[in-house]
Design a protein around this ligand. Structure first.
Ligand code: ATP
Length: 319
């Protein structure tokens, strides 16, 4: 394989740039031509595609976001849009594609695979919601950003003796809440995968207060059925504790990637190049333990992973 394309799609995540850099420099090292596709599948459809050189990816490994920019493309999921995407791949004589994005982006890659285009899927999303990999690119940075915010909130929460509901990202997967909650010493962690037991939440807060605890942090993933506002109201009503809500929002998406994310993205990006060189079909690249792994793309997207209940239990024990 001589000429490959690379795109980032869906929500941006810190470390995407490190992955792009690895694909571009790894590909050039192996005498390939690399085409950067802007704004994900949207740019593919409109032919917003440029050849990349070593210098195209200078000074980006430390930057959050994605220099290729990203988009969510409704057109790509229409027959006309999809056909245009295929036409562009043919016009630019692109023989294989590296797609860096979340579940939806990789499913888009699977559609391209079925139309005959080899695709390497890299898990670029802060959500950690792809079951075939232990970690996604951007998750670690996002957890650390949330952790730093929790530290600040804890200071003011203690000074005022109040409870705070901290809302973190995670519509379907509570991993950011679990990891930031346990490492931030939260009293309670609420995730979409487990129904809220408001009595248990309040009991825990009251026990803490009786022990003289000055602050209480409740981490709630955004996908939890009970809203943060309703949760805070119920806590105030049942415990008499003043309860504030802090929504961390998009700050979790930005920022310079951690060493872990940069390292993982670089290794995964280079694995994508190696697999394309070896004409390995379409693969999803991930990490298991400390090993970079790859699976058949279709099989990878069928995998299921339960949330780690032991983290909630441990947070309960330790708080
Ligand atoms: P994030 O986890 O950050 O939300 P994502 O990749 O899951 O990232 P989506 O918006 O779901 O983000 O998907 C990005 C794009 O991929 C969509 O705009 C669409 O063009 C394409 N896509 C999404 N789902 C599918 C699907 N089931 N089949 C084909 N293409 C899809």
């Amino acid at each position: 394989m001589k000429r490959i394309g690379v795109l980032t799609s869906g929500g941006d995540s810190p470390g995407m740039n490190a992955a792009i850099r690895a694909v571009v420099r790894g590909g050039l090292y192996n005498k390939m031509e690399i085409y950067g596709i802007k704004r994900g599948y949207e740019g593919l459809i409109s032919g917003d595609i440029d050849e990349m050189q070593i210098s195209s990816v200078s000074d980006i490994i430390q930057r959050g976001g994605t220099v290729l920019r990203t988009a969510r493309s409704e057109r790509f999921q229409t027959p006309e849009g999809f056909k245009r995407a295929l036409d562009m791949i043919e016009n630019f004589e692109i023989e294989g594609l590296v797609v860096i994005g979340g579940d939806g982006s990789l499913r888009g890659g699977l559609d391209l695979t079925k139309a005959g285009v080899p695709v390497m899927g890299l898990p670029g999303t802060i959500d950690n919601d792809l079951a075939y990999t232990d970690f996604t690119i951007g998750f670690d940075t996002s957890v650390n950003t949330a952790l730093s915010a929790i530290g600040n909130i804890r200071d003011t929460s203690s000074s005022h003796g109040r409870a705070t509901v901290v809302e973190v990202m995670g519509r379907n997967c509570g991993d950011i809440a679990l990891y930031a909650g346990l490492s931030g010493g939260a009293e309670t962690i609420l995730i979409p995968e487990v129904p809220v037991d408001i009595n248990a939440v309040c009991r825990k807060l009251i026990q803490g207060r009786n022990r003289g605890k000055l602050h209480s942090i409740i981490i709630r993933a955004e996908g939890v059925a009970m809203s943060s506002a309703d949760l805070a109201d119920m806590i105030e009503e049942r415990t008499g504790m003043e309860t504030k809500v802090v929504v961390l929002g998009y700050i979790q998406r930005g920022g310079s990637p951690t060493a872990r994310d940069r390292l993982m993205a670089s290794r995964m990006g280079y694995r994508a190049v190696e697999l394309l060189l070896a004409d390995s079909g379409s693969r999803a690249i991930g990490i298991r333990g400390s090993e970079i792994v790859d699976y058949d793309l279709e099989e990878a997207l069928k995998m299921k992973r339960p949330h780690d209940e032991s983290i909630i239990d441990l947070a309960e024990i330790l708080s």
